[in-house]
Design a protein around this ligand. Structure first.
Ligand code: PXL
Length: 283
């Protein structure tokens, strides 16, 4: 699949490899590639599984590999059209990632930050408020940020609750304008019955703020944020608008959940692979 100018885009994604568990790089690489985008990876850590619902997982932190990888790419003059960050292994990495963005992103390149650190009102095991505050600094170099409501509340030091009203969601999105260079893509708006909304706010044009709705499936599973973010990044990089990308990503994620519901042994992730062949129909 080519973008409007008929050229192949090259993107770098920085997040962990959870060897088993359908999240992070093992989700981003196939989904973004399916959009026809060359996808390079920089693993922030290698874990035997992700950290939600598994116990005793191994974790090799790759923080100190990041500067050497950047230096090699500098020598090779490797540049990217976009950098997409997800689950980050350590506070120090947040500084290294900013250096990678400064050094390896093309002048017109885009930064997508998914501050993957929390869900359902709680931090994932490795994170705390200090990390969230530093993640907020990375968000500020993002052209797009893609938090869920829990992450938004930690960024803003607000109290989370399972359901916010439409007005509260719009207020949160507005407050998040301080944490992005341009777009806020706020996931998890539940105010409308049977629908899941995504708020799309452009801080250069706040009056254009939209809520994009997809049908809601009452099913909790892991990894849906990564599936959504990857499809959003892929869609944006082939030239779709932020609201169209939110619609495509929402639909792609909904279909992945539909493929997973009813399999009691598959709570650790969603079967997004089954939706990849249907991607063209969603565009
Ligand atoms: O999907 C977010 C995620 C990514 N990577 C790891 C995780 C999680 C969420 O728990 O544990 C390692």
């Amino acid at each position: 699949m080519l973008n409007e100018k008929n050229e192949t885009k090259k993107i770098l994604t920085i997040q962990d490899i959870s060897c088993y568990g359908q999240c992070s790089i093992t989700v981003a690489l196939p989904i973004i590639s399916a959009f026809g985008i060359e996808t390079a990876v920089l693993p922030s850590a290698v874990l035997s599984t992700h950290t939600s619902g598994f116990s005793g997982y191994t974790c090799r932190d790759l923080t100190e590999d990041l500067p050497a990888i950047r230096e090699h790419w500098e020598k090779e003059r490797i540049y990217f059209d976009a950098i997409y960050t997800g689950y980050i292994g350590s506070m120090k990495q947040l500084d290294y990632i900013k250096e990678i963005i400064d050094s390896r992103l093309k002048p017109e390149g885009l930064v997508f930050v998914d501050p993957a650190m929390a869900d359902n009102g709680e931090f994932y095991p490795a994170f705390n408020q200090e990390f969230a505050d530093k993640m907020g600094e990375l968000c500020k170099v993002g052209d797009y940020i893609l938090p869920n409501t829990t992450e938004a509340c930690y960024l803003l030091h607000k109290t989370w609750k399972p359901n916010f009203s439409k007005e509260e969601m719009l207020d949160i999105a507005n407050e998040l304008s301080d944490f992005t260079k341009r777009y806020v893509i706020l996931k998890g708006d539940t105010h409308k019955e049977n629908k899941l909304g995504t708020i799309v706010l452009d801080k250069n044009n706040p009056s254009s703020t939209k809520i994009v709705y997809n049908d809601k499936i009452d099913y909790i599973s892991h990894g849906t944020g990564d599936v959504f973010a990857s499809a959003f990044v892929g869609s944006s990089m082939i030239g779709k608008s932020p609201s169209k990308s939110a619609e495509i990503a929402g639909e792609f994620t909904k279909k992945a959940i539909e493929e997973t519901v009813g399999d009691p042994n598959h709570k650790y992730g969603v079967k997004f692979e089954k939706v990849i062949p249907k991607l063209y129909d969603l565009l």
